[in-house]
Design a protein around this ligand. Structure first.
Ligand SMILES: C[S@@+](CC[C@H](N)C(=O)[O-])C[C@H]1O[C@@H](n2cnc3c(N)ncnc32)[C@H](O)[C@@H]1O
Length: 371
C-alpha cells in the first residue's frame, strides 16, 4: 500500500461513509408508510450521458425527489433505484463506490473482494443481471482477468466479455488516490428504450429526442408535427412526456411508417403516422405550433447532393405549416448546409440549442421561429 492514512480498506465512497441514512432522523432502510419513494441507505450514483447533454441530464436529475449532494452528474440517493432507471436523458445510471487502493490489483485482497461482491450483489438484486463484463483500460491484463474470475465465482454469474449485462467499470478515483468501481444498475443502457421494438438505420438516440423536446418546450396546447419521422423516436419520446393538443408524424417510406407505428404501439401511445411526402403535405397553412424534425444527415440516410435540394424545400414548406408563434426544432448533422440555407432564405430566426456527440456523429439541434 502506498503512503496513505491508515484505513480499513472498506469501500470509501469519496471519503464518505459507505452508507448514509435516509435523513429526517429515520433509521436507514425505514420506509414511510405509503411512501412510494421507499427510503434505503443512501448510495452514490453517477449518470453517463452523451457529451453535450450534461445540462439536460442535470436538470432532469434535479427533479428526482431525494437526490442530493448533486455534483455534476454524481449524487447520493436513498430512494428506490427503480426511480433512477426512469431517467430519460441519461445513457446509463451507475452505482459507484471507491476503494482506497493504489491499483486494481488491490481489489484482489480477501477483504476487498468480499466488499466488492457484497456491493455488486446489491446491484444485481436491483437489476436482475444474468451475466457480467468488465469495462476498463487494460481489461485484458492478468489482474483484470483474475478479477473477472473472482467476480464470476463470487457472484455466480457468467463472464461475457462482449455483452455481459452487469457492466463493471474501473477507473482511478476522480478526486483522490483510490480506484472507483462503477456498476451499471440496469442490464441494458437506459437509452435502449423498452418501447423500441423496431430499429431503422439512422434511428435517433432516444436521449437526444428527449433533450430536443425538453429544450423546444413542452406545452399541452401544442399541435405537433414530426415530418420525416423514421422509426418514430421523436414521436414516442414526446408522447411519453405528457399531454399535447395533437400530434402527427409522416415519412415517405412505408417501412418507416410501419416501424414508427410498431414502436408507438409498444409504448402504448396512440399517435397518427402516415406515408406522406413532408415537402408536399397538402395540409393547411399554419397547422402546427411545434414542428420537430430529424433531417437526413446525408450518410446513412439521404446524400449530401439530395440534401442540397431537400433542405431548402423542407424549410420552405415548414415555414408555411408553422403557426405565427410556432417553433421549429431541427436536428441535423449537415450543419454547414443547414446554416447556409437558413441565411439564404432569411425566413427564420433562432438559435442553436445544443451540439451532441453520439456514435461518431456530432449533430446540432436548432430552435427556430418565423421572422
Ligand atoms: C434521419 S431519418 C429520421 C430518423 C428518425 N428520427 C428515427 O429516430 O428513426 C430521416 C427520415 O426522413 C425520411 N424522408 C426523407 N425524405 C422525406 C420526405 N420528402 N418526406 C418524408 N420523409 C422523408 C426518410 O425516409 C427517413 O426515415
Amino acid at each position: 500500500m502506498p503512503s496513505r492514512p491508515p484505513r480499513s480498506d472498506r469501500p470509501r465512497p469519496s471519503g464518505r461513509p459507505a452508507e448514509r441514512s435516509g435523513g429526517h432522523g429515520k433509521r436507514p432502510g425505514h420506509k414511510t408508510q405509503g411512501d412510494h419513494r421507499a427510503r434505503q441507505p443512501a448510495r452514490e450514483y453517477v449518470l453517463d450521458v452523451l457529451p453535450g447533454l450534461e445540462h439536460v441530464a442535470a436538470t432532469e436529475l434535479g427533479t428526482v425527489p431525494l437526490a442530493r449532494d448533486i455534483r455534476g452528474l454524481r449524487f447520493w440517493y436513498p430512494g428506490d433505484p427503480e426511480r433512477l432507471t426512469r431517467l430519460r436523458s441519461a445513457v446509463a445510471v451507475y452505482r459507484i463506490e471507491t476503494w482506497d487502493v493504489p491499483r486494481p490489483r488491490g481489489l484482489l485482497g480477501n477483504q476487498q473482494l468480499g466488499e466488492l461482491a457484497a456491493y455488486l450483489r446489491e446491484v444485481v438484486s436491483v437489476g436482475g443481471h444474468t451475466s457480467f463484463r468488465l469495462g476498463a483500460a487494460g481489461k485484458e491484463s492478468a489482474v483484470m482477468q483474475r478479477l473477472a474470475e473472482e467476480v464470476q465465482t463470487l457472484l455466480n454469474l457468467p463472464h461475457q466479455p462482449e455483452d455481459g449485462e452487469l457492466l463493471i467499470r474501473l477507473r482511478p478515483q476522480e478526486d483522490g488516490p483510490g480506484w472507483e468501481v462503477l456498476a451499471r444498475v440496469t442490464p441494458r443502457p437506459l437509452s435502449a428504450r423498452a418501447w423500441r421494438v423496431c430499429n431503422r438505420e439512422g434511428g435517433l438516440n432516444a436521449t437526444i429526442a428527449y433533450a430536443t423536446h425538453k429544450l423546444a418546450g413542452q406545452r399541452d396546447i401544442d399541435r405537433i408535427f414530426n415530418p420525416m419521422s423514421g422509426s418514430g423516436t421523436l414521436l414516442v419520446e414526446r408522447a411519453l412526456l405528457g399531454p399535447y393538443d395533437a400530434m402527427v408524424g409522416v415519412d415517405i417510406e412505408q417501412g418507416a411508417v410501419d416501424c414508427a407505428r410498431a414502436n408507438l404501439q409498444a409504448a402504448r401511445r396512440d399517435v397518427e403516422v402516415a406515408r406522406v411526402d413532408a415537402l408536399h403535405t397538402g395540409l393547411p397553412a399554419r397547422s402546427f405550433d411545434l414542428i420537430v424534425a430529424d433531417l437526413p444527415w446525408g450518410d446513412a440516410i439521404g446524400s449530401h447532393a439530395s440534401n442540397e435540394v431537400l433542405y431548402p424545400e423542407f424549410l420552405t414548406e415548414m415555414h408555411r405549416l408553422t403557426s405565427r408563434q410556432g417553433r421549429l426544432a431541427v436536428i441535423t448533422h449537415e450543419i454547414k448546409l443547414f446554416e447556409r440555407v437558413l441565411r439564404e432564405q432569411h425566413k427564420w430566426e433562432g438559435r442553436e440549442l445544443l451540439q451532441v456527440y453520439s456514435g461518431g456523429h456530432h449533430p446540432k439541434v436548432y430552435l427556430l421561429s418565423r421572422r
